[in-house]
Write a new protein. Structure first.
Length: 223
């Protein structure tokens, strides 16, 4: 039986570069206990007062990981990406320590494939994902864009002209464009869930979901 991991379980973060530091800092803001590890004492000192614990250690050594109590953690993030060899070795050490949930940063598809094969549960491609997101945003049609693994996405955008001034039922947005308007934000008001009776105005923002190609076509409609 797979052991259930508590939603507030402490997290081991290895590597305090930009990605690791951002991860550790956000976890701390979410009131999670964090043990941040890096070889660089300057980075460790910098983050020592920003996270629960920060220690200097060479995570490529399984003995060093044991000394800092790494095997007591149920969740670990390998944020080392500049050295593929170090990343793979650290991940292998965490697998050997039987940490149930390992998230690892990859700098390429081949790097990610290796991490998955040696036991990383989740492989993250921060640079690639950020680049893909920016590519969707630079056209100016979308304000925010989140894509999931199966080609499904959620976007925040201004409504295209064909659906303005109409209720969602009358615009037939789902039938015509294959997307669903999930929420609407009118100026000075909070986001609200959309209903068939919701009328979209010129000044509204909408949250829409659907396949990435359908959302791109929808956003490209005359505005």
């Amino acid at each position: 039986m797979v052991e259930k991991i508590a939603h507030d379980a402490p997290v081991l973060v290895i590597g305090l570069g930009r990605f690791g530091a951002a991860t550790a800092g956000q976890l701390q803001r979410l009131d999670r206990d964090v043990l941040a590890v890096d070889e660089d004492m300057v980075l460790v000192q910098k983050w020592s007062e920003r996270v629960t614990h920060a220690v200097q250690a060479d995570a490529r050594s399984i003995d060093a990981l044991r000394q800092i109590g790494a095997e007591d953690f149920q969740i670990a993030v390998v944020a080392v990406g500049s050295s593929v060899e170090s990343s793979v070795l650290i991940t292998a050490n965490l697998v050997d320590l039987k940490i149930p949930q390992i998230w690892a940063k990859a700098v390429s598809q081949s790097h990610g494939k290796i991490l998955s094969r040696i036991g990383a549960n989740h492989v993250i491609y921060p640079e690639a994902e950020a680049g893909e997101r920016v590519a969707h945003l630079v056209s100016g049609r979308m304000i925010d864009f989140i894509e999931f693994d199966d080609g499904f996405a959620i976007v925040k955008m201004y409504p295209p002209k064909p659906i303005r001034g109409l209720s969602l039922a009358d615009s037939h947005v789902r039938q015509k464009y294959g997307i669903t308007v999930v929420g609407v934000k009118s100026p000075g008001k909070d986001f609200t869930y959309a209903t068939p009776e919701t009328v979209i105005s010129n000044h509204d923002l909408i949250i829409a979901s659907g396949s990435t190609p359908d959302l791109e076509k929808f956003a490209a409609l005359q505005s």
